[in-house]
Write a protein of this length. Structure first.
Lengths: 288, 331
């Protein structure tokens, strides 16, 4: 645990709460296992004592801003999470002046689950290109963080070499386990529709069955709705109770969008995402 | 009656059971352990902490067809769901067996749920005593124990060289093969799960309905359905009719009080519109409404929700917080 970093986050959080600049600070505290982290909302200056920051702080806390649109909140943001800020600014889901961003430099986080802390950095951290948050109001920084160079899509490329029947069989097996708990949706900062298609009754898209066909439809549409929007925080995969490797789907579409439109979500709050815009010269593949 | 079987004889017995019945047992699927019907006895995982999902899904499947209506040239024909084979759930821990006993209260109370009742009558439970307590377990605080035989038909306890076989019910006795010898030794000392104080939980929860505690706790809750779906006693479901070219199917699927549409009624009004109200419902149902209706607290201390919650909403911590809040409000 980096006590210097925690000190800086805590001081900033206390100042913000004492001065009344924000209603609350969203950060991390120790979980009930005494080992990992969990999200924490500090509303009183005394509560900032509970804030921590270490390699178990995997959560992307930016999602919580969607629940707190009416109050100015501060949020602890890792470099990767800052892409979510940009995404939500870009899609006009949050207002910049209603958020105070406590950025942190981050040496990477490990896989965690309750009472379990992994030994190696998460795969996404091993290829992380960001040394500090893209956007912040205050930066808690300590040791300089080395940028890592790595191939981003090795597993996707490997998957692409497999025949379509093999890929299909693989995914059907994965989706069969899905229990439609919607944890992947609930944790996703890009999933904020007031009424999700999965629950819509009129028109009825998929119904309530927790069964292979519906599960497949659910996961397919969920992934497509995030094409060019997924910021790669990988929270969906982390929270999945039945270990469906969702990042393989999300990053496949990320790769496609990157190749087709040279676009990656959340890198720039001003740039319109491909599916929010249309250019006349775009090739549609029909009636050229 | 206590008997003994070697592991080899146990496997032989299971093989003979499998010829006539469905055996639902813990099976490893990648990193998970889940209850599912097996095709070979070798698939069974004997050594596991707790399964990822509870065995409740055998009696209340994630999705099932309650009945269908077929269109025979304009003449509708009602086709009820049929349960074809008897079954055995093998290897469930005593906490999960107690979970099933708790589910019996709502489902078997008159007029009862026909499908649940039939599945329950035609399924025998062969339990496996726990030889190790998990960090998230607290069954002894919730009226069960790692070696509790109360809610199974047969309980197996692993000892060196084999298993002690306690035959609990007549249903269990009928399953038993000939040739198991009597076991004269004592049962091994069970492991000791963590004990938590729960004596004051019900009075506390009665008083704290409007406490801001719930909205604060719900701040970090994602309102996914994980806790309800992994829970051995959560039993809420949704029912819908689906029609296709004149044929109709009435389907029941798991649902949860945590999802936002759960209490939305005609006209769009939502009885529990806030995150806090929804999260509170989970604990009120388990710790107050269920005991008011059926006596027991609807938690068996299996710890699955603790382990699976993505944001660490820990029911033990909630119970402790409530008792402290109540003590504070009294003083």
């Amino acid at each position: 645990m980096d006590s210097e970093l925690i000190h800086q986050i805590g001081n900033q959080a206390r100042d913000l709460l004492e001065s009344g600049t924000v209603k609350g600070v969203i950060g991390y505290e120790r979980a009930s296992d005494g080992l990992t982290a969990r999200p924490f909302f500090a509303y009183e200056p005394a509560a900032v004592e509970r804030l921590i920051f270490d390699e178990t702080c995997s959560y992307n806390l930016v999602k919580y801003l969607l629940d707190k649109k009416d109050e100015k909140m501060a949020v602890v943001v890792k470099p990767c999470d800052s892409r979510t800020i940009n995404l939500l600014l870009n899609e006009e889901q949050i207002k910049r002046d209603m958020v105070f961003i406590i950025g942190v430099t981050c040496p990477g986080v490990v896989e965690t689950s309750w009472n379990h802390k992994g030994q190696t950095l998460q795969a996404r951290c091993q290829t992380c290109q960001l040394s500090k948050p893209l956007v912040y109001d205050f930066l808690a920084e300590h040791e300089p963080v080395e940028r890592l160079e790595g191939e981003l899509y090795l597993d996707i490329q490997e998957m692409e070499t497999r025949p379509v029947t093999v890929r299909r069989a693989f995914w059907l097996e994965q989706f069969e386990r899905c229990i439609r708990c919607y944890a992947c949706r609930q944790v996703c900062p890009g999933c904020y529709c007031p009424e999700c298609f999965a629950e819509q009754l009129d028109p009825l898209w998929m119904g309530i069955r927790i069964a292979p066909k519906e599960n497949e439809l659910w996961q397919t549409i969920r992934t497509f709705h995030l094409a060019g929007r997924c910021v790669g925080c990988n929270e969906c995969e982390r929270v999945c109770p039945v270990d469906i490797p969702l990042s393989l789907l999300n990053r496949k579409l990320e790769k496609e969008v990157k190749e087709l439109f040279a676009f990656q979500a959340g890198l720039n709050p001003e740039e319109l995402p491909p599916f929010a815009t249309f250019k006349k010269e775009e090739k549609l593949g029909f009636e050229e | 009656m206590k008997l003994f079987t070697s592991k080899d004889d146990l496997i032989r017995w299971l093989n003979s059971l499998l010829r006539e019945r469905i055996i639902v047992a813990p099976v490893r699927v990648q990193e998970l352990t889940v209850f599912q019907p097996i095709s070979k006895v070798e698939e069974i995982a004997f050594d596991f902490g707790n399964t990822t999902l509870s065995p409740k899904g055998w009696f209340l499947p994630p999705t099932e067809t309650l009945f269908s209506v077929q269109n025979n040239d304009g003449q509708p024909k009602l086709v009820p769901a049929v349960i074809e084979k008897d079954a055995v759930i093998f290897g469930l821990h005593p906490c999960d067996a107690r979970g099933i006993a708790l589910m019996d209260s709502p489902f078997l109370q008159e007029p009862g749920d026909a499908l649940y009742r039939e599945r329950r009558a035609r399924t025998a439970l062969i339990g496996l005593a726990c030889h190790q307590a998990q960090p998230e377990c607290f069954c002894t605080s919730m009226g069960s124990a790692p070696n509790d035989p109360s809610h199974v038909d047969i309980l197996l306890t692993e000892v060196e060289a084999g298993y002690i076989v306690q035959v609990v019910t007549e249903k269990g006795e009928r399953l038993l093969p000939k040739g198991f010898v009597e076991y004269k030794g004592a049962l091994p000392t069970p492991p000791e799960p963590q004990a938590i104080p729960i004596k004051e939980v019900i009075p506390a929860i009665r008083e704290l309905f409007n406490n801001p505690y719930w909205e604060r706790l719900a701040d970090r809750c994602l309102h996914c359905n994980i806790c309800a779906y992994v829970c051995p006693t959560c039993y809420c479901f949704d029912v819908r009719d689906y029609s296709d070219r004149g044929n109709l199917e009435r389907v029941r699927s798991w649902d949860s009080c945590q999802s936002s549409g759960f209490t939305r009624i005609a006209g769009g009004y939502d009885l529990r519109p806030t995150k806090g109200a929804r999260l509170r419902q989970r604990f009120y149902h388990k710790l107050l409404y269920f005991p008011e209706q059926f006596q027991d607290v609807a938690c068996v201390g299996c710890g699955r929700c603790i382990k699976a919650c993505p944001v660490n909403i820990d029911i033990r911590e909630v119970m402790s917080d409530l008792q402290q809040l109540e003590a504070k409000s009294e003083s």
